[in-house]
Design a protein around this ligand. Structure first.
Ligand SMILES: *Cc1c(COP(=O)(O)O)cnc(C)c1O
Length: 501
């Protein structure tokens, strides 16, 4: 299977190239030329196997330049019971409230307690094999700018992976105390973490500048190194996310929650549009899905887009209690536009140029029609997020994190407004303990303690749930990284970190 660029259909690359390169030269994202198509017997075969079996089947169909053994080894190394706490890395909790049937697909049982582990535990295996196929012998240097979850998940995925080095930059003011502690205590010989004085944009811009700095690239080349990317525009991060939608469907059938062939809805708390897009690909491949419900927080640029067909990023940026969705440019939307425009790369390039130059674009009637056919958008502010956490806990005895609560709230709006009671898979994307303060405030009227670990203890005592081991162990972990620098010092920091400065 080959891959095209969303902005230039004449670009054709292999899967290994798409993953090693991350982004196409003209700025487009790599998309599969055609999708595998699963009929009833394929789906029935998937019922009989487990998560890893389903992952091998699906990823094998996309990564046609990988051997079956390479895929099998990658999957087996990534999704172990040791890393995810159980044989099934993505278990489901069911909530039935009146006629509403919700299946909370918990994607946060991995080493960093957020759903990014589902992709970042396997990406290093795919990336190192892709490098071997396309530029054998070179060392991959992964640079990440993070507002929290991605940085830690990437560090944990790439730590001590042969042939890779990873450097993560986070803004001093932009991450939660728990996220900071997770990164500062990171183990591994090939990792480094640096705080940038400034906000997330400063860190992100700094990383982008290094990626395109000819002098630095040359220095890396002389030392047999190559920059690579672990963020969600990389196909190697999107592909593993398709698996859990198929797997959830199989589990629901096997657990007697739906009939075989019955349609489901999918509701996803959305930031960069990667997670929800993976479910769209699953539907295109044969998963029976009725509607995709796109849930946003107060940064509701996608809600407006789905309603009106106009994407307008020129708006106030809100810092919310669901920070992983605080985003105004949703980069994976570009892939959806490519597919629902009939793979019109010239049109996608025009829209993306307009977004870049004017901060706004409007899609044509044909694209809007496709959007309406598949998607429903809604949003939920912080106050209603907290109310939803409180109510879910009180009425259903389910403790949700802030991101998951946004999705539940928007699903409920959808059900009220449309009357559609199709069983709905809701992506549950983080452990409530990762956002302990907001969650604790939502379920308790008591005084909130100051320190992060006192908060997680209080949340545990209040709800009788356990603090996840990866977070509990941070309390006594040794802090390894405390370097802080200005954004303009980042190039020097990178070269020094690679010992080629
Ligand atoms: C990254 C993230 C999201 C948003 O996912 P996208 O794929 O960017 O839409 C939602 N919730 C949590 C907890 C996340 O870390």
């Amino acid at each position: 299977m080959k891959y095209n660029s969303t902005r230039d259909k004449s670009t054709v690359v292999s899967a290994a190239q798409a993953i090693a390169q991350g982004i196409s030269v003209e700025g487009g994202l790599f998309v599969p030329q055609e999708l595998p198509s699963y009929d009833e017997s394929d789906l029935r075969a998937m019922l009989e196997t487990d998560y890893r079996g389903r992952a091998k089947k699906i990823m094998g169909d996309f990564l046609s330049d990988f051997s079956a053994e390479e895929i099998s080894d990658s999957v087996d190394a990534a999704y172990t019971a040791e890393k995810f706490g159980a044989e099934n890395p993505a278990p489901i909790s069911y909530i039935e409230s009146g006629e509403k049937k919700m299946a909370l697909l918990e994607l946060w049982h991995g080493p960093t307690c957020a759903f990014k582990d589902m992709a970042l535990q396997i990406l290093p295996h795919l990336l190192t094999r892709s490098m071997k196929k396309t530029c054998d012998g070179k060392q991959a240097v992964i640079l990440v700018a993070t507002s929290g979850d991605t940085g830690k998940a990437a560090l944990e995925g790439f730590k001590d992976v042969d042939g890779t080095k990873i450097m993560v930059f986070y803004p001093t003011g932009g991450v939660s105390p728990m996220q900071k502690r997770q990164m500062a205590t990171q183990k591994g010989e090939n990792v480094s973490v640096v705080a940038i004085r400034g906000n997330f944009d400063d860190a992100q811009t700094g990383v982008k500048k290094i990626f395109t700095n000819a002098e630095i690239k040359e220095k890396l080349a002389q030392n047999n190194m190559l920059f690579s990317s672990a963020n969600s525009i990389n196909w190697g991060r999107l592909l593993p996310q398709i698996v859990y939608y198929f797997s959830a469907y199989c589990d629901m059938v096997n657990e007697g929650r739906i009939g075989f062939g019955e349609k489901i809805n999918v509701c996803v708390p959305t930031g960069n549009f990667g997670n929800i897009l993976a479910s769209f690909y699953a539907m295109k491949m044969g998963l029976p899905v009725n509607k995709f419900i796109c849930a946003s927080n107060s940064n509701n640029v996608l809600t407006d887009f789905i309603k009106t067909g106009t994407y307008d990023k020129k708006r106030h940026f809100y810092t919310t209690i669901s920070p992983s969705m605080d985003i105004l440019v949703s980069s994976n939307l570009e892939r959806l536009l490519y597919h629902i425009s009939g793979e019109d790369s010239a049109k996608v390039a025009d829209l993306m140029n307009a977004l870049n130059n004017d901060g706004v674009y409007t899609v044509d009637g044909k694209i809007k029609e496709e959007l309406d056919k598949y998607f429903w958008g809604g949003c939920c502010d912080d106050e209603n997020t907290q109310k939803t956490i409180g109510r879910l806990y009180k009425e259903e005895n389910y403790l949700a994190d802030t991101h998951t609560a946004v999705a539940v709230n928007v699903y409920e709006q959808y059900a009220e407004q449309t009357g559609d009671m199709t069983p709905t898979v809701i992506a549950s994307t983080a452990s409530p303990y990762k956002f302990a303060k907001a969650v604790l405030m939502s379920v308790s009227d008591d005084q909130i303690p100051e320190d992060e670990f006192s908060m997680t203890d209080a949340l545990s005592a209040k709800t009788g749930t356990a603090v996840p081991a990866p977070l509990a162990s941070l309390r006594d972990a040794k802090e390894r990284f405390s370097e802080v620098c200005d954004a303009d010092e980042m190039p020097a920091v990178v070269l020094k970190g690679l010992s080629i400065g």
